[in-house]
Design a protein around this ligand. Sequence first.
Ligand code: GUN
Length: 281
Amino acid sequence: MTAQLIDGNALSRQLRANVAARVTALKAKGITPGLAVILVGDNPASHVYVRNKVKACEDTGMHSVLESWPASMTEAELLGRVNTLNQDASIHGVLVQLPLPAHIDAQKVIEAIDPAKDVDGFHIASAGALMTGLPGFWPCTPYGCMKMLESIGYDLKGKHAVVIGRSNIVGKPMALMLLQNNATVTICHSGTKDLKAMTLQADLVVAAVGKRNVLTADMVKPGAVVIDVGMNRNDEGKLCGDVDFAGVKEVAGYITPVPGGVGPMTITMLMVNTLESAEKT
Ligand code: GUN
């Protein structure tokens, strides 16, 4: 193996310890940071995610509220809950777990969250702030990737970054964060004609597609940094990313593993956003 691992668990522990210390300081001033998580329906993966979010709040000393509603909840009822939490002074972050049942307009619900409590960074006000370089909440997964790059002292200025994937949650905000840090950015997606020709030019590749083996060793420039945002299952049912880890680790300079890479960083950055929301009150 030539690549060095970027350990998301170790970095998360460090960052969460810092969050916990700041929570303690805030509590001394009479403010306990609070996160409300709304779950609608019984998507098993969503249940795991929200449990981990609530546990992270407990571990860092924050207050959390988990609202679990049946899939039959109406859009109007959900908008009502969001509105109530928007007004609740003990809550500094409001998060509606996605996906929502098909009869609910997810975008409408996200836009109902007070942008001052949009710790997921999905509101168009947050997206607009990132786009224009103004202060605002950054979506947690790409924000976590930026922290991983920072942890290895990676200077993005003048580097060519290739982002594979163009989702509103990862690909697009990732590209904007890299751009803001002076990288030259290429966004690739399902319509890209020659992905390998693009990735072979990259000093940094972020794979965020949700499909196994999107990036293989022959597609990576020797020494490149590879960040794997994927969360997939292989044929044996084991968690794996979008990157062929076994092959790419022999070529890359740095690589994030799955599990233990970007995954834990997402929840860590949610804690950071919630804390910072409370620090602003
Ligand atoms: N579903 C999968 N990831 C996320 C996330 O980061 N936030 C929310 N709200 N829903 C998700």
